[in-house]
Write a protein that binds this ligand. Sequence first.
Ligand SMILES: Cc1cc2nc3c(=O)[nH]c(=O)nc-3n(C[C@H](O)[C@H](O)[C@H](O)COP(=O)(O)OP(=O)(O)OC[C@H]3O[C@@H](n4cnc5c(N)ncnc54)[C@H](O)[C@@H]3O)c2cc1C
Length: 386
Amino acid sequence: MDFELNDDQRLFQRTLREFVEKDIVPVASEWERSGRYPAEIVERFRQMGLFGMTVPEEYGGLALDRVSFALVFEEIARGWMGVAGILGSHSLATWMIARHGTAEQRDHYLPDLATGARRTGIALTEPGAGTDLQGIRTRAVRDGDEYVIDGTKTWITNARHADPLPVLVKTSEETPAHRGMSVLLVDASSEGLTIGRDLPKLGYKGTETCEVVLTGVRVPVSRLLGGEEGRGMQQVLSALELGRINIAARAVGVAQCAFEAALGYSRQRQAFGQPIADFQAVQLKLADMATEIQAARLMTYWAAVRSEAGAVASEAAMAKYFASEVALKTTMEAMRIHGGYGYSQEFVVERLYRDAPLMAIGEGTNDVQRLVIARALIQGTATLGW
Ligand SMILES: Cc1cc2nc3c(=O)[nH]c(=O)nc-3n(C[C@H](O)[C@H](O)[C@H](O)COP(=O)(O)OP(=O)(O)OC[C@H]3O[C@@H](n4cnc5c(N)ncnc54)[C@H](O)[C@@H]3O)c2cc1C
């Protein structure tokens, strides 16, 4: 068993860390407060090829191994979790197109998605259905060589920049409902596609999250992902497994940043004539934070490595669940160690505290992850240990 990053992964991690220190950390707090779109950071993502991280090399992508994929999200989230979101649903959707798309769909979309000339996201959630995706109401009705889509999606990250936007729809009323679900790749220029308001958010700023309304949107039949109706739910669930590794890695990055801020502050802040790091109560917090972050990191890399070999429903769910709970706890503890200053917008822990909860919600809430884990254990498709 080897717990080390290989030489390529270590070099990649160093490159990412230098980029984040130079181009993200100095601007993150100011840009997130002002609501400014981080166009310069997006341009750097492009230059580094990061939009192609899940795209096969034959289409111009980086085709990163899964640990390197996790490193991207960990390192960027250590600087600013919000901008990691720009790459999050993009990488999930590009993987889905590469894995499930027809040859024509791959040829048409992947080269531009790999360079970032085109960007994407994923539209699953609706006002009345999030966890219960089989309850979506968006319909696509076949009309000759086209589908006509009507429905409303909400909480769609990257919506304003997505072209195409993969949209989960019902193409039939079959039961069970998942058999009637499909994914359609909707081009941004489609008539009847409206990207609505940006939803006001607690954190996760830097990337837009919008309502999307589809009114009589016509897409050619050739834009049905994989060319076969009824595969949508399965396509989306397989992509969400990868998405959970990305969320777990982001959670590790946020928690690491909170820990570093707390450690630095505790060494420097004086109380009763000594650094607060000398107080055992503070030391216990630091030890708990460090131990839990390291456990979350190991689980994330473990799920990443396992995912190279195929489906990892329970591993990805465990990593996402555990790491996001660690991020929630760690950001709170870091705030406590900062005392009153932790509540100030002038210290980074305030932003981390607002960013952390999303990881407990996105890519399936943590209660849903626990159900996924329990189901796999009960059905015998997952076992513990080696
Ligand atoms: C900032 C942000 C960005 C997002 N980006 C995207 C995006 O790009 N694309 C996209 O499609 N979606 C996106 N989402 C939506 C996100 O995936 C959903 O919010 C999430 O899946 C939960 O769905 P919901 O909000 O409808 O909650 P609900 O499904 O209504 O859940 C509410 C509560 O009920 C619980 N619950 C529901 N069903 C069960 C059950 N069977 N058993 C136990 N408990 C249950 C949940 O755990 C939760 O606690 C985003 C959300 C946010 C906040």
